[in-house]
Each structure stands twice: as C-alpha cells, then as structure tokens.
Design a protein around this ligand. Structure first.
Ligand SMILES: C[S@@+](CC[C@H](N)C(=O)[O-])C[C@H]1O[C@@H](n2cnc3c(N)ncnc32)[C@H](O)[C@@H]1O
Length: 330
C-alpha cells in the first residue's frame, strides 16, 4: 500500500470489533487500482515531495480558518518549490478546498469552507469523538475536523486522485488521528457501531439506492450517536424527488434529487430519530465555479443562461440540504 509516512493503524487501534483480515483484503483490492499510469504519475509527484522532517524549521499549521493552511514559501528551497508545483499540477483538477500550502493558494472548484460552516453547528464538540466521513473526497472536512482534536476521523472514498491529495497534505501535516481508506459505501458492513458521528455528504444523489446507503450508514453509528447527511436537493414542497431523464446540471451520474422534506423522510424511514433540518440553501456561483486550479466547466455553465433558477436541462436549480439524525436503538 502506498503510504507516505509511518503511522498507527487507527482501525486496528480503536475499532476492536472490526474484522482486520477483511480490512486487509479490501486494502489489497483497492491497491490493485493504483497501477493505472495516470495514478502512478500522481504517486510519484507526491513521493518526490519533501517531508516535514526535511524542512529547515518546524511547520506552521493553521486548521482553524477556511483554508487548510501550513508552511511558508521561505521554508522551501527553490527545488522543493518546483516539486510542490509539479505535485499541485499532477493532482489537478482541484475540486474541494481551499488549501494554502507554503503560501501557495489552491483555489478549488468548491469553496468547501461554506459547507463546513453549514454543518459545523450541528456537529457540535468533536474532541475525543470517533468520526466517519463517507465519501470524504480529498479529506478537506477531515482536516477541518482535526482542528477540534477528535480521537479519530476515518475517511472512506474510492477516489485515487483524492487519496493522493490527502496523502500530499498528510506528508506535511502528519496528523495521526486521520486515516483514509479507499473503500466505498459497499463496505460499511465492516464498521458495525464503530462511530460516534457519521458524515455522508454529497453522496446520496450519485447512487441508485439512497435508502440502502442511509440504512447501512446508521449501522456504523453506536446507539446515541448521530449522522450528518448532506445532499444536493431541489427547492419545493412535499416529499418528492426529481429523477432526471438523462443528465442533471450536465452530470450523468445523478439519480434521485430530493426536496428538503423528501430528504428528511428518507432519513426518518431509514431508522434515524430526532431528525432535523440543519440548512437548506441554494448553490451559488460564488460557492461552485471554475478557478485557476479547476479550469473545466462549473456551475455557471450548468445553469440556464436566462434563468438561474433552472439547470441547463430545465430542471429546478440545485440546492444543498443538511439533515441531522440520531441512532436511538439497535
Ligand atoms: C460530490 S463528491 C462529495 C465529496 C465530499 N463529501 C463533499 O461533500 O464535498 C462525491 C464523493 O463520493 C465519492 N464516491 C464515489 N463512489 C463512492 C462509493 N462507492 N463510496 C463512497 N464514496 C464514493 C467520490 O469519489 C467523491 O469524492
């Protein structure tokens, strides 16, 4: 397994009920996908970077602001700066951020800090908690959570590109309470009642069976714990979901897009209690847009040019809804 610094295995240390042989098997399966040429270029770019211990002085780290921020430009030699540029290019397009790495601002397509601001009040105190982030992307929210000193945050996401972004950051940050596994929602069965909090953000509408995901997510939470569920949604009354004919906002991989009430209903009918809406907001072109680090099309290209309340296909424009639900019983 390509890991760039030695760290304890949090699954082994903290999750006594998890079948470690099964975890090893899943890791072996996931590693097979690393052989693809474009991913090998990413691995090399990250492996060539200096490590925290190669730097002239201890690293300044600031995880408290919108940007995941560490280091200053003058911590690096010119050669190290060049290697950093190579890695940033190799890991583009940058979808989630922002990051500020040795004074290099990485401006991602999504200002993920805005989503963090919406979920943070519902997350509450994270110190000492065991947290799951299902579909964790490049780990942006794991790094934000780390500011509150949780016991552990396990991120699950099959994306190899996002994994290498996480590894690039961890090469410098070396936060021992964060762990990324390239597993998917198909593997939640491994983590029965393992977490105090489970986050599932930006995942449900990309899959054909949102209820099954929510039911399996609930199984990963200990009794008394809770889930933060965030989804693309539409504005509208009643418990209905849009099922796009082909594409939604140009994306092919979108299945059910619920109203706020529908998302609440899904969460309740998946067995969660004390279900509440945390936020329901329209996605703006301030939050999702093309940038110097993500030059492909983005939200302005996905909306009807004459009516920003509609997607280019004529569907209601995207909102984002956050719901919190508790696991009260086995
Ligand atoms: C829209 S992004 C959301 C990322 C992040 N959670 C956020 O809210 O910004 C969807 C994520 O789901 C991941 N994903 C794709 N298939 C998955 C699967 N089978 N299990 C878990 N995550 C998956 C993608 O790699 C991607 O990172």
């Amino acid at each position: 397994m390509a890991r760039f610094w030695q760290r304890p295995d949090l699954i082994q240390q903290l999750l006594p009920n998890v079948d470690l042989a099964e975890v090893e098997q899943l890791r072996e399966q996931a590693d097979k996908k690393l052989q693809i040429e474009k991913f090998q270029a990413m691995e090399k770019a990250v492996a060539d970077l200096p490590q925290a211990s190669d730097l002239k002085k201890p690293l300044n780290i600031d995880l408290s602001g919108p940007s995941i921020k560490f280091g200053n430009a003058n911590d690096l030699t010119q050669k190290q700066q060049d290697l950093l540029s190579t890695a940033i290019d190799a890991l583009s397009p940058w979808r989630k951020g922002p990051f500020c790495v040795f004074d290099r601002e990485i401006d991602a397509e999504w200002k993920s800090n805005l989503k963090w601001d919406r979920i943070a009040p519902a997350l509450g105190e994270l110190r000492g908690r065991q947290i799951l982030d299902l579909g964790c992307g490049n780990g942006y929210y794991m790094f934000r959570a780390a500011a509150d000193k949780p016991k552990a945050v396990l991120g699950l996401d099959p994306s190899i590109q996002f994994y290498y972004v996480f590894e690039m950051m961890q090469r410098f940050l070396q936060l021992p309470n964060l762990q990324y596994e390239r597993f998917g929602l198909e593997h939640l069965y491994v983590f029965d009642q393992a977490f105090d909090i489970a986050m599932c953000m930006g995942v449900l509408y990309h899959h054909r069976s949102p209820i099954e995901i929510l039911r399996n997510l609930r199984q990963t939470i200990r009794v008394g714990g809770f889930a933060i569920i965030e989804s693309q949604s539409i504005d509208g009354k009643g418990s209905t979901a849009l099922f796009p004919e082909a594409r939604y906002a140009k994306a092919r991989n979108v299945f059910f897009v619920p109203t706020k009430d529908c998302l609440v209903n899904w969460v309740k009918r998946s067995g969660f209690k004390n279900v509440e809406v945390v936020s329901h907001t329209k996605v703006t072109i301030d939050e999702q847009r093309s940038t110097k680090d993500m030059t492909w099309e983005s939200l302005p290209d996905f909306l009807d040019p004459n009516d920003s309340n509609l997607t280019i296909e004529g569907y209601p424009a995207p909102f984002r809804t956050v719901v919190r639900g508790q696991r009260m019983y086995l």
